[in-house]
Write a protein that binds this ligand. Structure first.
Ligand code: KIV
Length: 297
């Protein structure tokens, strides 16, 4: 029997991710690295899940890349739950994590817990992510005690954009590197099962990764973390603004969509779409009586 909970049925669990860190520490192989991506809707989640992503995060980055806001701050808990429910329906294999949005865990711990419970009950999330290190100690401990696994997030925390004065690499000075180390340690001590390190110098991320027993998930934190995460729109080339240098573009889906839509418009205008074979005909038979899928938009 395997020591890894649920191993064999393909479902990624929190204990399995912890186990990967332990086994990676005992071997020199990188094969256990954790591949994470964001998703905000059913088809994307399904494609990611079927392609073998380990962790799907309903990130509050939805505010910027899917809802067109300037920052992650405006997205509400209800909106996050709405997206999470869609992602849930497309996620069978990956660990399913959702971001607690700004304002949903910033007042008292009891209310934060109620909000996290909503994610679990209404959207079936398996873990929540909260931004912040030392200052989230009590919250992370309370959520963990309530059996809600927590992913921490330190370094550049986009919900702090106003306090930080912009999106900047963190941990570059000795003082801020030391603070970041304390934050990462605090997240682990409070009971988080993993921690995102965002926009952190490679050397510091490597040091934190060596020190912590829980997996580190890097975004702009170099290759030495235990896993990586990217915003799926960046990876697919579906963004309009300049992306950060760490956001490797694996496809240009934006261009594919533009070309498809241009082709469609051209065909409609020239009368080339729809063709006769794409039309129904009156007085014709059985074949046309079959139920059809109706798209309403
Ligand atoms: O909201 C998000 O997408 C994130 C990840 C990129 C870490 O927090």
């Amino acid at each position: 029997m395997s020591a890894v909970p649920n191993a064999g049925n393909g479902k990624i669990t929190v204990p399995e991710l912890l186990q990967r860190k332990t086994s990676a520490a005992n071997s020199s192989s990188d094969s256990k690295k954790i591949a994470c991506l964001t998703a905000y809707d059913y088809p994307t989640a399904r494609l990611l899940d079927e392609a073998g992503v380990d962790v799907i995060l309903v990130g509050d980055s939805v505010a910027m890349v899917a809802l067109g806001y300037e920052s992650t701050l405006p997205v509400t808990l209800d909106e996050m739950i709405h997206h999470a429910r869609a992602v849930r329906r497309g996620t069978k294999h990956a660990l399913f994590v959702a971001d607690m949005p700004f304002g949903s865990y910033h007042s008292d711990t009891a209310e934060s817990l109620r909000n996290a419970v909503r994610f679990v009950k209404e959207a079936g999330v398996e873990a929540v992510k909260v931004e912040g290190g030392e200052r989230r100690l009590e919250l992370i401990a309370r959520l963990t005690e309530a059996e809600i696994p927590v992913m921490g997030h330190v370094g550049l925390t986009p919900q702090s954009v106003n306090a930080l004065g912009g999106y900047r690499v963190q941990g570059k000075t000795t003082a801020s590197a030391e603070q970041l180390l304390r934050d990462a340690r605090a997240v682990e001590a409070a009971g988080a099962f993993a921690v995102v390190l965002e926009a952190v110098p490679r050397e510091l991320a490597a040091q934190i990764t060596r020190e912590l027993r829980i997996p580190t998930i890097g975004i702009g934190a170099g290759p030495d973390c235990d896993g990586q995460i990217l915003v799926v729109h960046d990876l697919l080339g579906l963004t309009f603004d300049q992306t950060p240098k760490f956001a490797r573009k694996y496809a240009n889906v934006g261009e594919v969509i533009s070309n498809a839509v241009r082709g469609y418009c051209q065909d409609v205008r020239s009368g080339n779409f729809p063709s006769d074979s794409e039309s129904y005909h009156s007085g014709k038979t059985v074949k046309d009586d079959k139920p059809v899928r109706i798209s309403i938009c």
